[in-house]
Ligand binder design. Structure first.
Ligand code: GDP
Length: 407
C-alpha cells in the first residue's frame, strides 16, 4: 500500500485514489496534457493561431487603464520588459509621467539569444540606461539581459525579484505587445517549483494575446531559492508577480501583417548578420517592409543587416519600379507580405518618411547608426565614410527609429 504522503506527491491536487486504479505517471501526464482546460481564446490561439476579440477582452487591454491603475499603486515594483531586437521601439515612452517616479523599476531586455554572442553586456546595459533616461524612464535600480525562450538569466532575475523590498510589495510586469512577457512567465514556471507540475501560459507571435492579469504568488520564488545568498529569510507573503496585458504598439510594422506573415517575419532564433557594401545611388530593401536609398555620398558604406527578412540590393531607379509592382519580373520577391494580388491591393504603400538624413562617418568604428524597422530588424551603418545622405521608407511610413549609439 502506498503511504498517503507519497500518493499526495504523485497526485498534487490532493485527491486520494484507490491503489488498484493507480496509473503510471506517464499515462497520467499524457492524460493531463490532453485534458488541459483552455479558455475559448487560448484554445483558438493554440489550435488555429487565431485571436478572438470579445468586447470585454478589448476593454481590458486599453493602455490607459493599466497605466493609471499602476500610477495609483504607490507600493508597486515595476518590471519593464523590452525587446532588445526592437529597441527603443518596444519601450513605453514617458513611463515616469505615466506611472509616477515613486516606483522602483527593473528593466528586463529580452530576446538576447537573437544577438551575436560576442556582444559586450556592460556596454549594452549602459546604452539601455542612457536611452531609457532619454525616453522618460529614470528610476531604474537594475537591468537584466535575458532570453525568456532559452531561460538565460532567469534564475538571477527571479532571485532579485524574490528579495526586492523584502517581498512586501506586488510586482507588475509591463511592456508593449510582443516583447515576450508571456514567454518570461513561462520561463519562470519552467525554472521554479510549481507543485511539481508543469504549467504554461500561451505565448504567441500575434500581438495583444495576454488578457487580464495573471498572478504568480511570490512564495513560489521563495520555494525555489529558500534562503538567498545574503542570508535573508524570505517572509511569509501573500504578494504576487502580475503579468499585465501588453500595451499595443500602434507604430510597429508587424501590426500590418497577417498571422502567416508574422510567423515568417518575427525572429525566433539567432540572427546571422549579413554585411554588404552599399554604393551611392543604390537601394537596399528589407523585403516589402523597409527600404533605404543611399542618395548622396562619395564612398561605398559597409552595411550590416540584422533581420529574418532577406535584404535585396538594387539601383534607386529600379527600386521605384519595384515599389510600384512589388515584384521583379514575374517573381514577387518582396515577401512578406505574401503578395497575392488581393493582399497587394490592401497593403499600405511604401512611403519615404525620412528624407535626406545626413550621417557623418567615424573611421575605425564598427557602426555609427542603426536604422531600426520596428519588430522586423535593423540595418547598421559602418563608420568608414565622410558624409552620407540617405532616405528611409516603410509601409505607411511606420515603425522607423534611428539609433545613434548602436549595439
Ligand atoms: P507578449 O506579447 O509580450 O506576451 O509576447 P510573447 O511571449 O507572446 O512572445 C512574442 C513572440 O516573441 C513569440 O513569437 C515568442 O516566441 C517570441 N519570443 C519571446 N521571448 C523570446 C526570446 O527570449 N527569444 C526569442 N528569440 N523569441 C522570443
Amino acid at each position: 500500500l502506498m503511504p498517503d504522503d507519497i500518493k499526495k506527491k504523485l497526485y498534487p491536487a490532493g485527491e486520494i485514489v484507490d491503489t488498484d486504479s493507480l496509473e503510471s505517471m506517464e499515462e497520467r501526464n499524457e492524460k493531463q496534457k490532453d485534458e488541459r482546460i483552455f479558455c475559448h481564446r487560448c484554445y483558438n490561439l493554440l489550435n488555429y493561431n487565431r485571436v478572438t476579440t470579445d468586447t470585454w477582452q478589448e476593454s481590458l487591454t486599453t493602455d490607459k487603464s493599466i497605466l493609471s491603475f499602476l500610477k495609483k499603486k504607490e507600493d508597486a515594483v515595476i518590471v519593464t520588459v523590452v525587446d532588445i531586437f526592437d529597441f527603443p521601439g518596444s519601450l513605453l515612452e514617458d513611463l515616469d509621467i505615466l506611472i509616477g517616479t515613486d516606483k522602483q523599476n527593473i528593466l528586463v531586455a529580452n530576446k538576447m539569444d537573437l544577438l551575436p554572442n560576442d556582444v559586450n553586456e556592460m556596454r549594452i546595459k549602459r546604452w539601455l540606461y542612457e536611452k531609457c533616461k532619454k525616453f522618460g524612464l529614470t528610476n531604474i535600480s537594475d537591468i537584466f539581459l535575458i532570453s525568456a525562450k532559452k531561460n538565460w538569466k532567469i534564475q538571477e532575475l527571479a532571485q532579485t525579484m524574490s528579495t526586492i523590498r523584502s517581498g512586501f510589495d506586488d510586482i507588475y510586469l509591463i511592456g508593449k505587445t510582443n516583447v515576450g512577457k508571456s514567454e518570461l512567465i513561462n520561463s519562470f514556471l519552467r525554472c521554479l517549483i510549481v507543485d511539481g507540475w508543469r504549467h504554461k501560459v500561451t505565448s504567441s507571435p500575434i500581438p495583444g494575446t495576454t488578457m487580464g492579469m495573471l498572478g504568480l504568488p511570490l512564495t513560489l520564488f521563495k520555494e525555489t531559492f529558500g534562503v538567498n545568498p545574503k542570508g535573508f529569510h524570505f517572509p511569509q507573503t501573500s504578494k504576487h508577480l502580475f503579468d499585465t496585458p501588453g500595451i499595443i504598439n500602434k507604430n510597429q510594422l508587424i501590426n500590418l501583417l497577417t498571422e502567416e506573415e508574422l510567423k515568417i517575419t518575427i525572429p525566433q532564433k539567432y540572427i546571422k548578420p549579413l554585411t554588404f557594401a552599399l554604393t551611392p545611388g543604390k537601394t537596399v530593401f528589407l523585403e516589402g517592409l523597409g527600404r533605404i536609398d543611399y542618395v548622396d555620398g562619395q564612398k561605398p558604406i559597409r552595411i550590416t543587416v540584422f533581420s529574418r527578412l532577406k535584404p535585396h540590393l538594387t539601383s534607386m531607379r529600379r527600386a521605384d519600379e519595384i515599389c510600384q509592382s512589388m515584384a521583379v519580373g514575374d517573381q514577387t520577391f518582396l515577401q512578406p507580405p505574401i503578395f497575392s494580388s488581393k493582399r497587394k491591393e490592401l497593403f499600405p504603400a511604401m512611403i519615404k518618411c525620412i528624407k535626406n538624413y545626413a550621417m557623418k562617418g567615424t573611421p575605425g568604428t564598427m557602426s555609427v547608426k542603426d536604422v531600426v524597422f520596428s519588430g522586423v530588424g535593423w540595418i547598421s551603418f559602418g563608420g568608414m565614410f565622410d558624409k552620407a545622405v540617405i532616405d528611409i521608407w516603410s509601409p505607411n511610413g511606420m515603425g522607423i527609429y534611428i539609433r545613434d549609439k548602436p549595439l
